[in-house]
Design a protein around this ligand. Structure first.
Ligand SMILES: *[C@@H]1O[C@H](CO)[C@@H](O)[C@H](O)[C@H]1NC(C)=O
Ligand SMILES: *[C@@H]1O[C@H](CO)[C@@H](O)[C@H](O)[C@H]1NC(C)=O
Ligand SMILES: *[C@@H]1O[C@H](CO)[C@@H](O)[C@H](O)[C@H]1NC(C)=O
Ligand SMILES: *[C@@H]1O[C@H](CO)[C@@H](O)[C@H](O)[C@H]1NC(C)=O
Ligand SMILES: *[C@@H]1O[C@H](CO)[C@@H](O)[C@H](O)[C@H]1NC(C)=O
Ligand SMILES: [Cu+2]
Length: 694
């Protein structure tokens, strides 16, 4: 087929689909599909490219045609990534994959029963490949549409309105209802978790722009999305001796704003700051072809879906043994890098605050909350590449998230340098890094997630946490709220943890890898007559069970992902490796005997290693049904994981004890980890980075 014929063919197809949907469903608007999606040639799509708007639309159309036994709500439609076995050889050889059909993965809900079905659609054959009914207890995350629906529903409830009125808020336009997952509900057998339950915390606003978290209310409502009603309203504890005292609560009216327009104008704002600009007079050093990114010696693919947001696929490095450009060879590093789950347990032990906690990905979806980015505020540079993302609405139609991902470079100081102190001659290379970022707002919090790539082949992941701390009411006259910091009169910010579970699928110099912990320890006395000796201890994990390890700051523990038998470093003689360098040593604080523990058990260890199995993507399981890592490591049993295809999971946690300075909006806190080449090269791989003046 000629190019022209393909264009015409695709145009006709789209036209037909459009017509069909108008006839079948009474005229849905065919929105948010841009020209480039309609006229993309199949052959230019990589099997890991996110679904296009056209593919989202086609998926829901095929699903409806296949099964019209119910009215389906489309919870998600995203790429069904091909099995690793079909892609791995192409990746290892850095070849374009051939003959791999694109497929979509959808979770749909029966509008009446809210029971969920997983559907895989083969987009090439245009047919449903699998249809899996899930038990009612397995429920997918609550997308934004459902959250908005729940917010309106609680605000329409007369009991809720009465409670708000008693607190001085009779105008419901000035009441904010924050919709949270319910977390643990095992102590309420009267409520059915299969009915999609959410809870709502309430806050008042003085004006529409006002920061509501300065005015917390004293009750929580549980909403049943199946019955579409409020099923429970509970008092929140507001003083330590709550049960002894029955005085009605008052809500603080003191404002705490951060929007410059509410901050007293020009006199309040600093006027002595001059701009710092980055210029790139010769353009960018990276290229982006669809989703393929090349920068310096790195190559990788960008992916995106509604749950994880940004994904990095198939990272490789073009190694030319410094200075021998003829020897350029492709060396695989990581098959897939992603944030796989996050959990924010709150530390207030007074019920019903035991239900306050959120799995931001598994229960709320992070990808759908992506902000629209720009080059002035979020990703500062002159040459920034933005990528849109495509998700779906409940009718199965595509929704475009504009500029959801940014790719840009920046200067990060000295990369290496030495001055010969005898001659005064110096050599220096400055470090330039490539950033791939996305920013999500989930309720009161904002997270900026960035993968940084460096010229010495280091890869670093950073989460910046900002936004507003979730507040709760303290009774007038109470001086202590416990489990939190009082950040303004009657306003408490509860202690909580941020748990991030990363999925790192290494492919260090090939498909067969091993993982080991590396500790630095004092030498035993018999080896150290002067007591100053120290040494390293490498412990290679033989089973998944053995790999469940905690960080150890007393031995500077790191973990190595090692190639099967490649020994690049001729002098050291050990396998080529990448080292995971942790940055956080906070332990998971939910206790093992807590009824909340089984669902969050993946948060326990700092590192877990599992044998690679397709579909095991989310640390707590796709539906957070007490599965994920604990189940998979157990299922792996005594199976050997040395020199096999393995996945390393790194869990890091930040204890957030709010400070006065975190209020009313918190200065960004940084968290993350680093992946460093470890005897992967023969020498400093950045010797060939030029200094700024050369
Ligand atoms: C249609 O959906 C219902 C409910 O999920 C299921 O029981 C039935 O088997 C489906 N039919 C087909 C042909 O897949
Ligand atoms: C409720 O508040 C909104 C926003 O301030 C305002 O526009 C509206 O007029 C108020 N309604 C009543 C009945 O006071
Ligand atoms: C797993 O490891 C722990 C601690 O190393 C050990 O106590 C336990 O017996 C192991 N379980 C299995 C099934 O091997
Ligand atoms: C590594 O192991 C594989 C499989 O056992 C073997 O084919 C290959 O030759 C080995 N490579 C080296 C460098 O020893
Ligand atoms: C959780 O659900 C998955 C289906 O996604 C199932 O395979 C798994 O066995 C379940 N685990 C538990 C512990 O119920
Ligand atoms: Cu926090």
């Amino acid at each position: 087929m000629t190019k022209g014929a393909q264009i015409i063919f695709r145009f006709k197809m789209n036209f037909t689909i459009k017509l069909a949907i108008h006839i079948l469903f009474g005229g849905f608007l065919f929105i948010n599909v841009s020209a480039d999606d309609r006229f993309i040639f199949e052959s230019s799509k990589h099997p890991l490219d996110p679904l296009t708007a056209g593919e989202v639309h086609t998926s829901s159309l095929i699903i409806r045609q296949h099964n019209n036994s119910a009215t389906w709500l489309f919870n998600r439609i995203s790429l069904h990534e091909p099995e690793k076995s079909t892609l791995i050889q192409f990746y290892l050889r850095n070849e374009a994959p051939k003959d791999i059909p694109r497929k979509s993965f959808s979770v749909i809900l029966n509008r009446q029963t809210l029971s969920a079905v997983e559907v895989i659609v083969n987009l090439k054959e245009k047919q449903v490949e699998s249809w899996t009914d899930l038990p009612g207890i397995l429920q997918p995350a609550t997308p934004r549409g459902d959250r908005n629906f729940a917010e309106n529903l609680v605000k329409d409830d007369t009991d809720v309105q009465e409670r708000c009125r008693q607190l001085g808020w009779s105008n419901m336009s000035l009441v904010a209802a924050d919709i949270w997952p319910v977390g643990y509900i095992g102590d309420r057998p009267d409520l059915n978790p299969s009915n999609r339950l959410v809870q709502s915390f309430f806050y008042g606003k003085i004006s529409l722009q006002d920061n509501e978290y300065a005015h917390p209310f004293d009750f929580v409502a549980i909403v049943d999305l199946k019955q579409q009603k409020v099923v429970s309203i509970e008092d929140l504890p507001t003083r330590d001796d709550d049960h002894e005292c029955n005085v009605p609560n008052t809500v603080p009216r003191q404002v705490a704003n951060f929007d410059p327009s509410l901050l007293g104008g020009k006199d309040f704002l600093r006027s002595d700051l001059k701009p710092v600009e980055l210029t790139q007079p010769k353009g960018a050093s990276f290229t982006v072809k669809r989703y393929l990114v090349q920068w310096q010696k790195f190559q990788f693919r960008v992916g995106f879906n509604e749950r994880e947001g940004l994904i990095i696929h198939q990272v490789g490095y073009f190694d030319n043994d410094v200075g021998q450009s003829s020897n350029r060879r492709f060396r695989p590093l990581f098959y897939r890098l992603s944030l796989s789950e996050t959990f924010i347990p709150y530390g207030d032990s007074r019920p019903p605050f035991h239900r306050k906690g959120a799995f931001d990905m598994g229960e709320l979806d992070i990808g759908i909350s992506a902000n629209e980015l720009n080059e002035y505020e979020h990703c500062r540079g002159q040459k920034v590449k933005f990528l849109d993302a495509t998700i779906n609405d409940e009718h199965g139609e595509p929704l475009r998230l504009k500029r959801a991902i940014c790719i840009y470079e920046e200067d990060t100081g000295i990369l290496w340098k030495h001055t010969d102190y005898r001659t005064g001659k110096s050599a220096l290379a400055r470090s330039q890094r490539l950033n791939v970022a996305f920013l999500a707002t989930i309720g009161n919090y904002d997270y900026l997630f960035t993968w940084h790539f460096y010229q010495d082949a280091t890869i670093d992941y950073e989460v910046r946490l900002t936004g507003i701390v979730s507040t709760n009411l303290v009774a007038e006259g109470s001086t202590t709220a416990g489990h939190g910091s009082i950040v303004a009169p009657q306003v408490n910010a509860q202690y909580h943890q941020h748990v991030f579970a990363m999925r790192i699928d290494p492919e260090i110099d090939g498909n067969l890898n091993s993982v080991a912990s590396l500790d630095v320890l004092p030498s035993p006395p018999e080896d150290s007559p002067y007591g100053q000796g120290f040494t390293t201890k490498l412990t290679t994990f033989r089973t998944a069970n053995e790999s469940k390890t905690y960080g150890s700051h007393t031995t500077s523990r790191s973990w190595l992902m090692m190639s099967g038998n490649e020994t690049q470093n001729l002098y050291i003689g050990c396998p080529t490796a990448y080292k995971l360098v942790p940055k956080h040593f906070a332990r998971f604080l939910v206790q093992k005997d807590s009824p909340l523990y089984p669902k969050s058990e993946f948060s326990e260890y700092d590192v877990w290693v599992t044998p690679y199995i397709d579909g095991q993507l989310y640390a707590g399981g796709r539906y957070l049904n007490n599965s994920g890592l604990p189940q998979w490591t157990q299922e792996a049993g005594q199976r050997n994981i040395e020199g096999t295809d393995v996945v390393l999971w790194h869990v890091f946690r930040v204890d957030h004890v709010p400070r006065a300075e975190d209020y009313p909006v918190m200065p960004a806190e940084s968290a993350g980890f680093t992946l460093k080449p470890y005897n992967f090269f023969r020498e400093n791989p950045a010797l060939d980075v030029r200094g700024p003046t050369s």
